[in-house]
Design a protein around this ligand. Sequence first.
Ligand code: GLP
Length: 236
Amino acid sequence: MNIIRAKNYEELSRMAATSVAAQLYEKPDSVLGFATGSTPIGTYKELIADYKRGVLDFSRATTFNLDEYYGVPVTDENSYYAFMHTNLFDHINMRSEAIHLPDGMAPDAEAQCVAYEAAIQAAGGVDLQILGIGNNGHIGFNEPGEFFPAKTNHIKLTDSTIDANSRFYASRDQVPTTALTMGIGTIMAAKKILLLISGAAKKGIMEQAVFGPVTPQVPASILQFHGNVTVLCDFE
Ligand code: GLP
């Protein structure tokens, strides 16, 4: 794993955006894997700024987001669909038909997972996957467990993730309890991965993921087995 320590969040965001830009320069029709959470917001701001300056073109790109809450409509401001549109897609020239998130309102969650996985394959797989990390080491919404889920799946969120997400809701009982997420195998199939980790509060979980044993108890630790991962953090 290539570990880069940025001076601060601004530098982390600039470096991450540069990496997305480099991918698009090299391959304008890249398949990009995007993540939600507060960590990539700065990266998305930089990408928007690059687009507005006329140095970045998303018109031939395709995107797949990691995950979506289940049972949450796209009109809900807490849906990941809304997050991605507000923080990125509404401000760049992505074709709407090239934007993909799991459908959190699909009546048959399992069928939706199969369809999402198939759509990623049909697009040729993800060229560059941006990841954040949960406080408990999750990537996408693959929570700590007994095994690494291979494919896109319908998961139950852990109490610690529900606690972390409750900051966006008036009360904890409004927080969605399940989600559709790319599996660990789906993520590991990306050709390149950029893991963004911001804030000293994540130093402990970063060290477990990057230097600790590879275990499904720390889902991000599996990234040690991927051949092209850059970990970009903003702490020593
Ligand atoms: C959610 C998302 C993850 C993200 C995590 C961390 O759980 N499903 O993809 O990495 O939040 O979010 P933050 O960057 O806000 O700490």
